[in-house]
Design a protein around this ligand. Structure first.
Ligand code: GDP
Length: 297
């Protein structure tokens, strides 16, 4: 909870300052409502949530309301946006292995998230195997190996520059032969060459689809909350071409702009499976919409 508080400090701090400044002496006339709406957007909450708050404040005709009262309305609206998307990843029993494709740009926390997820699933008694599908960076393969050893799960990896789709094929074959429950596939994240990246993801999807029409069962996009609006535009980039089924938002500890969580929920309605709140294996958890709403507002 403390880490989460840190992660939302900037969002909630700004929101608090803005609202307090606004509502010191004023009544909720139209101009004030406009300013509240602007303040909410400036706090990284999405425009739809901001508009909803404004609408509620105006239709419920609060003649006089202090910052505290407004914050209660804001918190309620945030909880409403987050409640439907707070959904931990569900692992189906069949077919085995369930394939989780993990995508996201370099630096978003993809490798760490894969390790955290593998750790969580292992603790829940699932057998897990990793595939080092980011074959472009030798460092990525090495780093994933370190995590795999730490978590105690096998890793399928090839040479730097090798064919990622081929490796995924091998992963599914071995996973099937070994009765693995969950195969987690790392993928490249070079946004500098979008075309190539998207082609590669489609190729991996085609190979998986041939092995099992339902695979990949999940396509999890990892987003770095500290990048604010950038994280949101990455959703647009990946959503269409990669068929994203859910999100994980990382770095919600420290100086993150946690309001982006609300904006992402509002913009996509995609499940947010978990949040990252640190660099170790245990710093990964589902979130409670009410807790986050209370922290932000
Ligand atoms: P990748 O390039 O997307 O695979 O990113 P990495 O998993 O290597 O992570 C990039 C950096 O972010 C590393 O220094 C990680 O320790 C750090 N990181 C990842 N997730 C979190 C998180 O939830 N909180 C914090 N504070 N750091 C994180």
């Amino acid at each position: 909870h403390q880490r989460l508080l840190g992660g939302f400090k900037r969002t909630s701090g700004r929101l608090g300052d803005n609202l307090t400044g606004l509502l010191g002496t004023q009544h909720l006339d139209d101009a004030t409502l406009d300013e509240i709406e602007d303040a909410l957007i400036a706090s990284d909450l999405g425009p739809a949530t901001a508009a909803k708050v404004r609408e509620r404040l105006s239709t419920e005709r609060y003649e006089k309301m202090d910052a505290r009262g407004v914050r209660v309305v804001v918190a309620e609206e945030i909880a409403k946006v987050l409640a439907p998307v707070a959904k931990p990843l569900e692992i189906e029993a069949f077919p085995r292995p369930q394939v989780i494709l993990v995508i996201g740009v370099n630096g978003s926390g993809k490798t760490t998230t894969i390790a955290k997820l593998a750790h969580l699933l292992t603790e829940q008694d699932y057998s897990v195997m990793l595939v080092a599908g980011d074959t472009f960076r030798a460092a990525a393969i090495g780093q994933l190996q370190v995590w795999a050893d730490r978590v105690g799960v096998p890793l399928i990896s090839g040479k730097e520059g090798g064919d990622a789709a081929g490796l995924v094929y091998e992963g599914v074959k071995r996973g099937t032969a070994e009765g693995i429950d969950v195969l987690i596939v790392d993928t490249a994240g070079r946004l500098q060459n979008k075309r190539e990246l998207m082609d590669e993801l489609s190729k991996i999807r085609r190979v998986l689809g041939r092995l099992n029409p339902e695979a990949p069962h999940d396509v999890v996009l990892v987003l770095d909350a500290t990048t604010g609006q950038n994280a949101l535009s990455q959703i647009d980039v990946f959503k269409e071409s990669a068929g994203v089924t859910g999100l994980v938002m990382t770095k919600l500890d420290g100086t993150a702009r946690g309001g982006v969580l609300v904006a992402a929920a509002e913009r996509t309605g995609l499940p947010i499976h978990a949040i990252g709140v640190g660099e170790t294996l245990d710093d990964f958890r589902p979130f409670d919409p009410n807790e986050v709403a209370r922290i932000i507002a």
